[in-house]
Design a protein around this ligand. Structure first.
Ligand code: UDP
Length: 380
């Protein structure tokens, strides 16, 4: 009845389903544990008629035209340049830490000197990760690095990950670099947009096809089983390809141990005023138990006397209870993941794809790019 079974209806699963259905004219069953599609980019209008992102702020940005063009088949867009402020010493300054921030927090002469020193060592409009800047031998740049590390990174990272920046994969803190220039947008990519009618609509449009059957509210283990000799769908051997986008440790019943994740408590609040804060997101690197507050009206503007905000409280992930938001990158965890990956190769019709199945910190554009590539190389 089906040529492919896909587990998970986030980006990885939905892009694959759409490609297989439309390009190969093959039949796909897509099984989703949640009561909705769209994975963590699922959004909906709340009681204030404000479009909110249930699993935290999702801002689409990419340099990849292919990805942008692909998604543009399923939505039109609003141009949206994400701005983030951080509260340091009681003052709101823009991050990534850039020349504007330097001028906001330091006296004019010191700010000028720091700008010059940065330009001596790095190219104009380049991004310098904090852990790189900390290696500088110039004493003024060392001062700057220590300041930014202390005020922006070390306590935020402790809240977000329960770790020190230097004990983690350097790519994580490099996502929010020091920007050697005046661009104070959170991202510098060529395309920075939000879908006009929200992310969920993109997924509805992708999955609305006669070749795609969607099963919501269904844990894949209720209908499928992976046995030594193959994959079973409702007790029948299934010889087509299986694309699994869930947690890899769960797929194999945690046989090599649990893979750790970081979770977040998302707490939404209605505020009885038109706007709550100056920017879409304000980070609180120091103090408080939450890391940041997002106000959705800045992302999808609407006339309303009320506003909805989200406070994010990071926490340890507890299996079976919490949402696994982020894989945690340590050598030990990567080794465990590799054991699962090796083991998975026994099933030659099994494809692992996405943040949870590949234990990778994919952004939205990254996973769309990866899914398109896997479709071309391993399916088509
Ligand atoms: N980060 C930080 N202070 C900030 C913003 C980010 O220390 O004010 C670090 C932190 O370790 C965080 C990482 O940079 O996990 C990546 O931040 P990003 O905003 O990209 O995280 P995401 O939106 O994916 O949660």
């Amino acid at each position: 009845m089906f040529d492919y079974v896909i587990i998970g209806a986030g980006y990885a699963g939905s892009v694959m389903a759409e490609r297989i259905a439309t390009q190969l004219n093959k039949k796909v069953l897509i099984i989703e544990k949640r009561n909705h599609i769209g994975g963590n980019s699922y959004d909906f209008k709340d009681e204030n008629n404000i479009l909110i992102h249930k699993y935290g702020p999702h801002l689409f940005h990419t340099n990849n035209k292919k990805v942008f063009d692909y998604l543009s088949q399923f939505t039109s867009w609003d141009i949206y340049n994400h701005k983030v402020l951080a509260v340091i010493d009681g003052k709101e300054v823009s991050i990534p830490f850039n020349f504007n921030t330097i001028n906001d927090v330091f006296p004019e002469t010191l700010a000028k000197k720091l700008e010059e020193k940065l330009l001596n060592e790095f190219k104009y409009n380049s991004k310098v990760p904090i852990l790189e800047l900390k290696k500088s031998t110039d004493k003024d740049l060392q001062f700057l690095a220590d300041f930014v590390y202390e005020k922006i990174f070390v306590h935020y990272t402790a809240k977000q990950w329960g770790m020190k920046p230097e004990d983690m994969d350097s790519a994580v803190t490099a996502r929010v670099p020091i920007f050697v220039g005046r661009d104070d947008r959170y991202f510098n990519d060529k395309y920075q947009v939000v879908p006009k009618n929200g992310y969920t609509k993109i997924f509805e449009n992708m999955l609305n096809h006669k070749n795609i059957k969607l099963l919501l509210n269904t844990d894949f283990k209720e209908v499928c089983e992976l046995q030594e000799d193959g994959f079973y769908l409702l007790d029948n051997k299934f010889n087509g390809k299986i694309i699994y986008t869930g947690q890899i440790d769960e797929l194999f019943d945690y046989k090599f141990g649990d893979l750790p994740y970081r979770s977040v408590d998302m707490k939404f609040e209605t505020i009885e005023k038109e706007y709550y804060q100056e920017a879409a997101t304000v980070n609180y690197p120091n103090g408080y138990d939450f890391t940041r507050i997002t106000e959705f009206k800045h992302i999808h503007p609407i006339d309303s006397k009320k506003t909805t905000i989200l406070k994010e409280y990071p926490k340890e992930y507890i299996k079976g209870k919490d949402t696994p938001y982020y894989p945690i990158f340590t050598t030990e965890n990567q080794t465990k993941y590799n054991q699962y990956l090796e083991y998975s190769k026994r099933w030659n019709n099994l494809i692992l794809l996405g943040r949870l199945a590949e234990y990778k910190y994919y952004d939205m554009d990254d996973i769309v790019e990866r899914a398109l590539e896997v479709f071309e190389k391993e399916i088509k």
